[in-house]
Design a protein around this ligand. Structure first.
Ligand SMILES: [Zn+2]
Length: 217
């Protein structure tokens, strides 16, 4: 298993728009295994390809812990998964979304707890999101499926990860008057330069995914 280096703001590759995946190769699925391991290693609820410098349209999520916690009560029927024939299937995690499309969003909400692995140590500000989301995507084999979510955490996560695929990040969603870009970058630098973090990163031996060649790029 390899772990990939998660790029931190303001890395230029975080701004690059992803292009669709056309080649659902074995190499892609091996990549996804490492990509998912990277999400777990850094305790993310989701991770999008541009965050490791891969300008393609896919992300992974795992809501299991959140669904089981009290903070975001998983009311019945507020997270439904459907196969390509529109037949409801059980939700299993981690869940891979390739070439996703958010097709329906409604019921605007404001949240102030949104985090991002590309913004370690940065404070969070209000973001405007939608509570109800319908997302259509393909799995790691290219099979179509869809999700209907009215679960706040899951819906916010989908919008957040989908934004990454278009190079959109948290500060773009924040009130411009509520923060200074330099402060965010300083907080991130402070995190990166912390001796404990440096030691940890050295031990993890993370790989720069964007410096490698893959057949699905
Ligand atoms: Zn993020």
């Amino acid at each position: 298993m390899s772990l990939f280096k998660v790029l931190h703001y303001p890395h230029v590759l975080l701004r690059k728009k992803g292009t669709p995946i056309a080649n659902f190769s074995e190499e892609f699925r091996v990549f996804l295994k490492n990509f998912i391991a990277t999400m777990y290693e850094f305790d993310g609820g989701g991770l999008a390809a541009p965050q490791v410098g891969i300008s393609k349209r896919f992300f992974v999520v795992d809501f299991k812990a959140v669904f089981e916690s009290d903070r975001f009560e998983n009311e019945e029927n507020n997270f439904k998964v459907f196969d390509k024939n529109n037949k409801e299937i059980p939700a299993t995690f981690p869940m891979v979304f390739v070439n996703p499309e958010l097709i329906k969003m409604s019921n605007s909400v404001k949240v102030n707890w949104e985090g991002c692995l590309s913004f370690p140590n940065a404070e969070s500000h209000d973001t405007e999101r939608f509570l109800n989301v319908e997302i259509h995507a393909q799995n790691e084999f290219g099979e179509k499926f869809s999700v209907k979510s009215s679960h706040l955490y899951a819906s916010v996560c989908f919008q957040h990860e989908n934004d990454h695929l278009d190079g959109i990040m948290l500060p773009d969603k924040w009130n411009k008057k509520s923060f200074f870009d330099e402060d965010i970058i300083a907080d991130i630098k402070e995190f990166e330069n912390d001796p404990k973090e440096r030691k940890r990163m050295k031990k993890l031996k993370v790989i720069d995914a964007h410096k490698l060649k893959f057949d699905f790029l």
